[in-house]
Design a protein around this ligand. Structure first.
Ligand code: LMR
Length: 397
């Protein structure tokens, strides 16, 4: 039965990490997968996370099952991070949050939930979008369409074209937006643009679906949820999938959440039963460790304060690296205007090099870049910046 199976090509992002690990070049640079790295090139366990783990290790009294919707206190903490206390209170029982195995698990749960609510739903994703959105949502059986998003020439959002397409999206379909730090482009919607999308959503009646994987890594914990809060306040229904992989550095702990706002408390109650059943049928219940860490950090004032300050250090470092890269590319004699990299947000930007140049960077210089030319700015440091920029200069010559 298994003999006829053919191997699949490597994942466009995770496959690159495997190739990087296997590369023996001591100068190799991994600009692929979206993990934060510090100045020494390490992806550290955040200070508050480490302390929370110590507290958990000594204080945790049981490993008994948590249940399909996860750890209730964690779910409330996530809802507060997304919505703020006031909006959370005003949404009351119309809002439900369930813990999921990472952001990917949340997206999968969202997809299964959408299929139950409307089996004919199409999800409209930005062009381009995160490389895993289409496989992940598509494999759950949802139709996928795209709306124009990034202008590779002007390095900005093609907002007029985006809006023109959204004005054709019918009720019953969903529009997937990146809450902040658009992956892969780093180009986010302005507040005015969020408002305009909200108005179109109200007129058209489509459902807004927000993927929020980088809260706190763009402009700040509150600034980065401007769109989430705007939509939650204005729209009758909303889906938000959020992740603690990046902002708590909990990548491998698979710590995420799915938040819904519904038209009524009854609808939210029904939705919760569907989400619990979907979790039960897939993985029974989410892993606890990451959620318990988040709950411990957020409910221990010193840890909470230290987490926020370390997150701010990470955000400032990424923004500093954006400027450093732009300056050093110019110093290395790379022709062209890369100033857009300084204006974009989060871990990613497109370097704007072609497929052959990407292959040359990987094969000849061991500089690993996703084949869309997306780079993870957070992987740059003082040690590798000269090698990186002189290699890019050599390849672009
Ligand atoms: C990325 O885009 O690199 C990250 O979100 C990691 C992943 O799972 O692809």
């Amino acid at each position: 039965m298994f003999e006829a199976l053919q191997p699949l090509p490597p994942d466009p992002i995770l496959g690159l990490s495997a190739a990087f690990r296997a590369d023996t070049n001591s100068k190799k640079v991994d600009l692929g997968v979206g993990v934060y790295k510090d100045a020494a090139g390490n992806t550290p366990v955040m200070r508050a996370v480490k302390k929370a783990e110590e507290l958990l290790l000594s204080g945790q009294a049981t490993k008994a099952y948590v249940g399909p919707t996860g750890f209730g206190e964690y779910n409330e903490i996530i809802a507060s991070m997304l919505l703020g206390e006031e909006l959370k209170q005003s949404l009351g029982g119309r809002r439900v949050t369930v813990q999921t195995p990472g952001g990917c698990g949340g997206l999968r749960m969202a997809a299964e939930f959408i299929r139950k609510a409307n089996p004919d739903a199409t999800v409209w994703v930005s062009d381009p979008t995160w490389a895993n959105h289409v496989p992940l949502l598509g494999s759950a059986g949802l139709g996928i369409e795209t709306y124009p998003y990034y202008d590779y020439e002007k390095h900005s959002v093609r907002f007029e074209e985006m809006l023109a397409t959204l004005k054709q999206v019918p009720k019953g379909d969903l529009v997937l937006l990146h809450g902040c730090c658009h992956n892969p482009s780093g180009a986010d919607l302005s507040q005015e643009q969020w408002q305009a999308v909200k108005d179109v959503a109200l007129t058209q009646g489509f459902t807004v679906f927000i993927d929020l994987a980088y809260q706190g890594l763009g402009d700040g914990l509150v600034e980065d949820v401007y769109g989430v809060r705007l939509m939650a306040e204005a729209l009758p229904e909303l889906i938000v999938v959020s992740s603690c992989s990046k902002n708590f550095g909990l990548y491998r702990e698979r710590t995420g959440a799915l938040t819904l706002t519904c038209t009524s408390e009854q609808a939210a109650t029904a939705a919760t039963t569907l989400l619990a059943a979907a979790a039960r049928a897939n993985y029974s219940m989410p892993p606890d460790h990451g959620a318990s860490i988040v709950q411990t950090v957020m409910s221990t004032p010193e840890l909470h304060a230290d987490w926020e300050s370390e997150l701010a250090e990470m955000r400032d470092r990424i923004n500093g690296l954006r400027s450093l890269l732009v300056n050093r590319l110019a110093e290395a004699g790379v022709a062209g205007d890369f100033s857009f990299i300084e204006k974009e947000k989060g871990m990613f930007s497109f370097l704007g090099v072609n497929k052959e140049q990407i292959q040359a960077l990987i094969n000849d210089y061991s500089i690993y870049i996703v084949n869309s030319s997306r780079i993870n700015v957070a992987s740059i440091n003082e040690e590798n910046i000269d090698y990186l920029t002189t290699s890019i200069a050599a390849v672009l010559k």
